[in-house]
Design a binder for this molecule. Sequence first.
Ligand SMILES: CC(C)C[C@H](NC(=O)C[C@H](N)C(=O)O)C(=O)O
Ligand SMILES: [Zn+2]
Ligand SMILES: [Zn+2]
Length: 384
Amino acid sequence: MILLKNATVYSPEPLGVRDILLAVDRIVAIEEQLTVCLPNLSVIDCSGKIAVPGFIDSHVHILGGGGEGGFRTRTYELSFSDLVRAGITTVVGCLGTDGVTRSLESLYAKAKALEEEGVSSYIYVGSYRVPPVTLTGSIIKDIVLIDKVIGVGEVAISDHRSSQPTLDELKRLAADARIGGMLSGKAGVVNVHVGDGPTMLEPLTNVVKTSEIPITQFLPTHINRNSKLLHSSIEWLSMGGFIDLTTSIGGLLDEELLPWRVFRELSNEGFEGQITFSSDGQGSLPRFDEKGNFVGLDVGRVLSLYEQVRMAAEHGTPLEKALLPITKNVAKILKLVSKGTLSVGMDADIVLLDQDLKIDTVVAKGKILMLNKEQIVKGTFEAG
Ligand SMILES: CC(C)C[C@H](NC(=O)C[C@H](N)C(=O)O)C(=O)O
Ligand SMILES: [Zn+2]
Ligand SMILES: [Zn+2]
């Protein structure tokens, strides 16, 4: 058991200074003062530190991605230590452009590996293309029968690299994901890659407008990739939809598209509950010229996820709001009911921040992975 003493808790709501008791992989108590006399209890003094929910990254190419520039541009897979350093205690893995040399079987195995190393992991079946690749031959069966599968993605629309999916194909895919989720008590969420193409979110709004499928079945991502798309997403938000902002493109963007800034603007319009961030970690960030020729690529970094939250807080967004896109909001849209907030009965996924809001300690499933900035649980092949 672990007793975190005197932590300043943001659940994300601010609770003040609290003691938090963890038993096995759950939070069992959060009180002003806890005295526990039990054998093998480890007590951590968290005075001056801020306890927040472990971070959830809803879109990571855990197996690697890329390939848009040929074989040598296939990116590397994710290392467990990168997740620990990023404070990410829950990760959702996906395939992207390349659904040929990357398989769902390997994606599943990598998710299992990350779970064994110490974090919670899930996957989407599918890749950019429609009809999506699956494990069992059926989206519904994949979601119902395979615990780690929480939905389908990243399904590409409005992109020269997409399969140019029709309205009916998108409807059927979303309907299958929805039913699979319903039958298994999971989200059945469709994580949609929105490209730079002129149709933007229209393919999705058309599905919502011409079917009974609720708008919250979808989590469209990369919405901050260009300002036209960002501005068009106001309609989607006004319809009650969620949008996901990619944090890895921080370096490639002009200021107004940085997730921390977009979140602040949209919060001022009352949408702070409908915004999530994801890193696109280990995904390729390819660049094409106006004729669609590949001209180079960068690789996404999971470290960028919390960086954008910290920037939001540094620029005046209250911490209890700045945390929403990588905790409570993303747990809500992904229906990860035991994650995203610090309260009794929830999973023991906790990050401690120091006074500069830097990541100091990481606890995942009740196990300390990093303590006082020292990683104590290493990845399988990392120096002991
Ligand atoms: C948001 C932009 C900058 C990056 C974005 N990345 C992916 O979609 C993942 C990538 N294609 C892969 O399969 O690894 C993109 O390519 O448009
Ligand atoms: Zn994408
Ligand atoms: Zn991606």
